[in-house]
Design a protein around this ligand. Structure first.
Ligand SMILES: NC(=O)c1ccc[n+]([C@@H]2O[C@H](COP(=O)([O-])OP(=O)(O)OC[C@H]3O[C@@H](n4cnc5c(N)ncnc54)[C@H](OP(=O)(O)O)[C@@H]3O)[C@@H](O)[C@H]2O)c1
Length: 265
Protein backbone atom coordinates (compact mmCIF):
# COMPACT_ATOMS: atom_id res chain seq x y z
CA UNK A 1 0.00 0.00 0.00
CA UNK A 2 1.38 3.49 -0.91
CA UNK A 3 2.26 5.50 2.19
CA UNK A 4 0.06 8.54 2.82
CA UNK A 5 1.43 11.84 1.44
CA UNK A 6 3.83 10.01 -0.97
CA UNK A 7 1.36 10.80 -3.75
CA UNK A 8 -1.31 13.57 -3.88
CA UNK A 9 -4.45 12.80 -1.89
CA UNK A 10 -7.74 14.51 -1.08
CA UNK A 11 -7.66 16.32 2.29
CA UNK A 12 -10.42 18.08 4.28
CA UNK A 13 -8.91 20.99 6.21
CA UNK A 14 -10.87 23.07 8.74
CA UNK A 15 -9.80 26.50 9.99
CA UNK A 16 -8.27 27.09 6.55
CA UNK A 17 -9.04 30.80 6.28
CA UNK A 18 -6.42 32.13 8.69
CA UNK A 19 -3.17 31.52 10.55
CA UNK A 20 -1.84 27.95 10.75
CA UNK A 21 -4.64 26.53 8.59
CA UNK A 22 -4.04 29.06 5.82
CA UNK A 23 -0.29 28.40 5.80
CA UNK A 24 -0.92 24.65 5.91
CA UNK A 25 -3.29 24.89 2.92
CA UNK A 26 -0.56 26.61 0.87
CA UNK A 27 2.06 24.03 1.90
CA UNK A 28 -0.25 21.10 1.02
CA UNK A 29 -1.19 22.68 -2.33
CA UNK A 30 2.53 23.00 -3.13
CA UNK A 31 2.78 19.24 -2.56
CA UNK A 32 0.02 18.69 -5.14
CA UNK A 33 -2.80 17.61 -2.81
CA UNK A 34 -6.46 18.38 -3.49
CA UNK A 35 -8.05 20.31 -0.61
CA UNK A 36 -11.58 20.78 0.64
CA UNK A 37 -11.36 23.94 2.71
CA UNK A 38 -13.64 24.87 5.60
CA UNK A 39 -14.07 28.06 7.62
CA UNK A 40 -16.97 30.35 8.43
CA UNK A 41 -15.94 33.19 6.07
CA UNK A 42 -17.02 32.41 2.51
CA UNK A 43 -15.09 35.41 1.02
CA UNK A 44 -11.83 34.12 2.46
CA UNK A 45 -12.55 30.61 1.15
CA UNK A 46 -13.43 32.02 -2.30
CA UNK A 47 -10.17 33.99 -2.42
CA UNK A 48 -8.19 30.80 -1.70
CA UNK A 49 -10.16 28.85 -4.32
CA UNK A 50 -9.52 31.56 -6.95
CA UNK A 51 -5.79 31.42 -6.20
CA UNK A 52 -5.52 27.61 -6.26
CA UNK A 53 -7.92 26.79 -9.12
CA UNK A 54 -9.01 23.17 -9.52
CA UNK A 55 -6.95 21.90 -6.59
CA UNK A 56 -9.44 23.48 -4.13
CA UNK A 57 -13.09 22.93 -3.28
CA UNK A 58 -14.73 24.98 -0.54
CA UNK A 59 -17.17 23.77 2.12
CA UNK A 60 -18.24 26.71 4.28
CA UNK A 61 -19.28 25.66 7.78
CA UNK A 62 -19.37 26.70 11.39
CA UNK A 63 -17.92 23.53 12.90
CA UNK A 64 -20.07 23.93 16.02
CA UNK A 65 -23.23 23.66 13.89
CA UNK A 66 -24.68 20.18 13.35
CA UNK A 67 -26.67 21.47 10.34
CA UNK A 68 -23.61 22.97 8.63
CA UNK A 69 -21.64 19.78 9.22
CA UNK A 70 -24.47 17.58 7.92
CA UNK A 71 -24.17 19.50 4.62
CA UNK A 72 -20.37 19.11 4.67
CA UNK A 73 -20.77 15.39 5.28
CA UNK A 74 -22.91 15.10 2.13
CA UNK A 75 -20.28 17.05 0.19
CA UNK A 76 -17.46 14.85 1.55
CA UNK A 77 -19.48 11.74 0.61
CA UNK A 78 -19.73 13.04 -2.98
CA UNK A 79 -15.98 13.76 -3.19
CA UNK A 80 -14.10 10.61 -4.18
CA UNK A 81 -12.12 9.80 -1.93
CA UNK A 82 -11.16 11.83 1.16
CA UNK A 83 -8.23 10.07 2.87
CA UNK A 84 -7.16 12.74 5.37
CA UNK A 85 -9.01 15.19 7.63
CA UNK A 86 -7.04 17.95 9.35
CA UNK A 87 -9.28 19.38 12.07
CA UNK A 88 -7.59 22.65 12.92
CA UNK A 89 -10.48 25.13 13.49
CA UNK A 90 -10.20 26.58 16.96
CA UNK A 91 -10.45 29.57 19.22
CA UNK A 92 -8.72 30.93 22.32
CA UNK A 93 -10.64 33.05 24.82
CA UNK A 94 -8.96 34.09 28.06
CA UNK A 95 -10.65 34.28 31.46
CA UNK A 96 -10.54 37.51 33.47
CA UNK A 97 -10.83 36.00 36.95
CA UNK A 98 -11.96 39.34 38.48
CA UNK A 99 -15.02 39.09 36.23
CA UNK A 100 -15.31 35.32 36.30
CA UNK A 101 -17.67 33.98 33.67
CA UNK A 102 -18.29 30.34 32.83
CA UNK A 103 -19.28 31.53 29.32
CA UNK A 104 -15.55 31.78 28.54
CA UNK A 105 -15.04 28.14 29.46
CA UNK A 106 -18.07 27.15 27.40
CA UNK A 107 -16.94 29.05 24.29
CA UNK A 108 -13.51 27.36 24.27
CA UNK A 109 -14.98 23.90 24.88
CA UNK A 110 -17.75 24.41 22.34
CA UNK A 111 -15.46 25.36 19.45
CA UNK A 112 -12.37 23.33 20.27
CA UNK A 113 -13.90 20.11 21.62
CA UNK A 114 -17.51 19.89 20.41
CA UNK A 115 -16.69 21.46 17.02
CA UNK A 116 -13.89 18.95 16.46
CA UNK A 117 -16.00 16.01 17.67
CA UNK A 118 -18.75 17.02 15.23
CA UNK A 119 -16.22 17.34 12.42
CA UNK A 120 -15.07 13.77 13.11
CA UNK A 121 -18.70 12.67 12.72
CA UNK A 122 -18.83 14.36 9.31
CA UNK A 123 -15.64 12.78 7.93
CA UNK A 124 -15.52 9.32 9.48
CA UNK A 125 -17.70 7.70 6.75
CA UNK A 126 -15.28 9.05 4.08
CA UNK A 127 -12.22 7.72 5.92
CA UNK A 128 -13.93 4.33 6.35
CA UNK A 129 -14.77 4.30 2.66
CA UNK A 130 -11.08 4.95 1.87
CA UNK A 131 -10.10 1.99 4.05
CA UNK A 132 -12.67 -0.26 2.32
CA UNK A 133 -10.93 0.62 -0.95
CA UNK A 134 -7.61 -0.47 0.59
CA UNK A 135 -6.34 3.11 0.86
CA UNK A 136 -4.60 4.60 3.93
CA UNK A 137 -6.63 7.11 5.97
CA UNK A 138 -5.73 9.53 8.76
CA UNK A 139 -7.40 12.00 11.12
CA UNK A 140 -5.21 14.92 12.21
CA UNK A 141 -6.36 16.92 15.24
CA UNK A 142 -4.73 20.26 16.03
CA UNK A 143 -4.52 20.59 19.80
CA UNK A 144 -1.90 22.64 21.70
CA UNK A 145 0.95 22.21 24.17
CA UNK A 146 -0.46 25.11 26.26
CA UNK A 147 -2.34 22.78 28.63
CA UNK A 148 0.87 21.04 29.78
CA UNK A 149 1.43 23.98 32.21
CA UNK A 150 -1.28 25.80 34.24
CA UNK A 151 -0.92 29.23 32.60
CA UNK A 152 -3.01 31.99 34.19
CA UNK A 153 -6.15 33.06 32.28
CA UNK A 154 -6.00 29.85 30.18
CA UNK A 155 -8.58 27.91 32.23
CA UNK A 156 -10.96 27.62 29.27
CA UNK A 157 -8.43 27.21 26.47
CA UNK A 158 -6.20 24.78 28.40
CA UNK A 159 -9.16 22.69 29.55
CA UNK A 160 -10.46 22.49 25.98
CA UNK A 161 -7.09 21.38 24.56
CA UNK A 162 -6.50 18.86 27.37
CA UNK A 163 -9.94 17.38 26.61
CA UNK A 164 -9.26 17.48 22.87
CA UNK A 165 -5.95 15.63 23.25
CA UNK A 166 -7.56 12.93 25.38
CA UNK A 167 -10.41 12.67 22.86
CA UNK A 168 -7.92 12.22 19.99
CA UNK A 169 -5.69 9.71 21.77
CA UNK A 170 -8.68 7.64 22.89
CA UNK A 171 -10.05 7.74 19.32
CA UNK A 172 -6.63 6.54 18.14
CA UNK A 173 -7.09 3.36 20.19
CA UNK A 174 -10.65 2.80 18.94
CA UNK A 175 -9.82 3.42 15.26
CA UNK A 176 -6.60 1.37 15.24
CA UNK A 177 -8.40 -1.92 14.42
CA UNK A 178 -9.90 -0.20 11.34
CA UNK A 179 -6.46 1.02 10.22
CA UNK A 180 -7.39 4.73 10.53
CA UNK A 181 -4.48 6.66 12.03
CA UNK A 182 -4.94 9.59 14.42
CA UNK A 183 -2.30 12.31 14.72
CA UNK A 184 -2.31 14.93 17.48
CA UNK A 185 -0.55 18.21 16.66
CA UNK A 186 0.64 20.19 19.71
CA UNK A 187 2.15 23.53 18.69
CA UNK A 188 3.78 26.08 20.98
CA UNK A 189 3.31 29.79 20.18
CA UNK A 190 2.70 30.52 16.48
CA UNK A 191 2.29 34.05 15.10
CA UNK A 192 -1.31 34.20 13.79
CA UNK A 193 -4.32 36.54 14.19
CA UNK A 194 -5.21 34.40 17.26
CA UNK A 195 -1.93 35.14 19.10
CA UNK A 196 -1.64 38.72 17.74
CA UNK A 197 -4.21 39.53 20.47
CA UNK A 198 -1.91 38.25 23.25
CA UNK A 199 -0.47 40.98 25.49
CA UNK A 200 2.19 38.81 27.17
CA UNK A 201 5.61 37.51 26.07
CA UNK A 202 5.42 34.42 23.85
CA UNK A 203 8.70 32.50 24.11
CA UNK A 204 10.03 30.75 21.00
CA UNK A 205 7.26 32.24 18.80
CA UNK A 206 7.42 30.79 15.26
CA UNK A 207 5.75 31.81 11.98
CA UNK A 208 2.63 30.09 10.61
CA UNK A 209 4.72 28.96 7.60
CA UNK A 210 7.22 27.26 9.93
CA UNK A 211 4.32 25.60 11.82
CA UNK A 212 2.91 24.35 8.50
CA UNK A 213 6.34 23.03 7.50
CA UNK A 214 6.63 21.10 10.79
CA UNK A 215 3.14 19.62 10.40
CA UNK A 216 3.74 18.50 6.80
CA UNK A 217 7.13 17.02 7.79
CA UNK A 218 5.54 15.05 10.66
CA UNK A 219 2.65 13.82 8.50
CA UNK A 220 5.03 12.61 5.78
CA UNK A 221 6.85 10.57 8.44
CA UNK A 222 3.50 9.08 9.55
CA UNK A 223 3.89 10.48 13.08
CA UNK A 224 1.02 10.14 15.52
CA UNK A 225 2.32 13.00 17.73
CA UNK A 226 3.68 16.22 16.19
CA UNK A 227 5.04 18.72 18.73
CA UNK A 228 6.95 21.93 17.99
CA UNK A 229 9.00 24.06 18.39
CA UNK A 230 11.08 21.54 20.32
CA UNK A 231 12.75 24.24 22.49
CA UNK A 232 9.29 25.17 23.83
CA UNK A 233 7.76 21.69 24.12
CA UNK A 234 10.87 20.28 25.89
CA UNK A 235 10.82 23.25 28.30
CA UNK A 236 7.16 22.51 29.14
CA UNK A 237 7.91 18.80 29.52
CA UNK A 238 10.71 19.74 31.93
CA UNK A 239 8.32 21.92 33.96
CA UNK A 240 5.71 19.12 34.02
CA UNK A 241 8.27 16.77 35.64
CA UNK A 242 8.64 19.12 38.65
CA UNK A 243 6.71 18.61 41.92
CA UNK A 244 3.18 20.10 41.70
CA UNK A 245 3.90 22.57 44.54
CA UNK A 246 6.77 24.07 42.56
CA UNK A 247 4.70 24.20 39.35
CA UNK A 248 1.95 26.06 41.27
CA UNK A 249 4.45 28.60 42.65
CA UNK A 250 5.92 29.21 39.18
CA UNK A 251 2.46 29.66 37.64
CA UNK A 252 1.37 32.08 40.41
CA UNK A 253 4.63 34.05 40.07
CA UNK A 254 3.99 34.44 36.32
CA UNK A 255 0.48 35.76 37.01
CA UNK A 256 1.80 38.23 39.64
CA UNK A 257 4.50 39.50 37.26
CA UNK A 258 1.95 39.91 34.43
CA UNK A 259 -0.46 41.79 36.75
CA UNK A 260 2.37 44.08 37.89
CA UNK A 261 3.34 44.87 34.28
CA UNK A 262 -0.29 45.73 33.47
CA UNK A 263 -0.55 48.03 36.53
CA UNK A 264 2.63 49.86 35.44
CA UNK A 265 1.30 50.47 31.91
N1 LIG B 1 -1.34 30.25 17.17
C1 LIG B 1 -0.87 29.51 18.16
O1 LIG B 1 0.09 29.91 18.87
C2 LIG B 1 -1.44 28.15 18.42
C3 LIG B 1 -0.78 27.34 19.34
C4 LIG B 1 -1.27 26.08 19.63
C5 LIG B 1 -2.42 25.63 18.99
N2 LIG B 1 -3.06 26.44 18.09
C6 LIG B 1 -4.28 25.93 17.48
O2 LIG B 1 -4.14 25.99 16.06
C7 LIG B 1 -5.44 26.15 15.48
C8 LIG B 1 -5.40 27.31 14.51
O3 LIG B 1 -5.11 28.48 15.25
P1 LIG B 1 -4.56 29.83 14.60
O4 LIG B 1 -3.57 30.37 15.54
O5 LIG B 1 -4.21 29.60 13.17
O6 LIG B 1 -5.87 30.73 14.74
P2 LIG B 1 -6.62 31.75 13.74
O7 LIG B 1 -5.66 32.46 12.89
O8 LIG B 1 -7.56 32.52 14.60
O9 LIG B 1 -7.46 30.75 12.82
C9 LIG B 1 -8.53 30.02 13.35
C10 LIG B 1 -9.24 29.33 12.20
O10 LIG B 1 -10.30 28.56 12.74
C11 LIG B 1 -11.51 28.90 12.06
N3 LIG B 1 -12.62 28.78 13.00
C12 LIG B 1 -12.71 29.27 14.27
N4 LIG B 1 -13.90 28.97 14.80
C13 LIG B 1 -14.57 28.26 13.86
C14 LIG B 1 -15.85 27.66 13.79
N5 LIG B 1 -16.71 27.72 14.82
N6 LIG B 1 -16.22 27.03 12.65
C15 LIG B 1 -15.38 26.95 11.60
N7 LIG B 1 -14.15 27.50 11.59
C16 LIG B 1 -13.77 28.14 12.71
C17 LIG B 1 -11.30 30.32 11.55
O11 LIG B 1 -12.05 30.52 10.36
P3 LIG B 1 -13.26 31.57 10.18
O12 LIG B 1 -12.89 32.79 10.94
O13 LIG B 1 -13.38 31.75 8.70
O14 LIG B 1 -14.40 30.85 10.76
C18 LIG B 1 -9.82 30.30 11.19
O15 LIG B 1 -9.63 29.78 9.89
C19 LIG B 1 -6.42 26.33 16.63
O16 LIG B 1 -7.04 25.09 16.92
C20 LIG B 1 -5.51 26.74 17.78
O17 LIG B 1 -6.03 26.44 19.05
C21 LIG B 1 -2.61 27.68 17.81
Amino acid sequence: MTKLFETPVKIWLTGATSGIGHALARALLDEGHHLILTGRRQEALDAMAREAGEQVTTARADTTSKEDLAAVREQLDREKTVQVAILNAGTCEYLDVANYSSDIIEKNIHTNVIGTARSVEAVLPSLRSARRQGLPARLVIVSSSAWWFPFGRAEGYGASKAALTYFAQSLRADLAPEGIGVTVVSPGFVKTPLTDRNDFPMPFLISADEAARQIVKGLKKGKSEIQFPKRFTWMLRGFAALPQGLIDRMAAAMVRSQNKQEQNQ
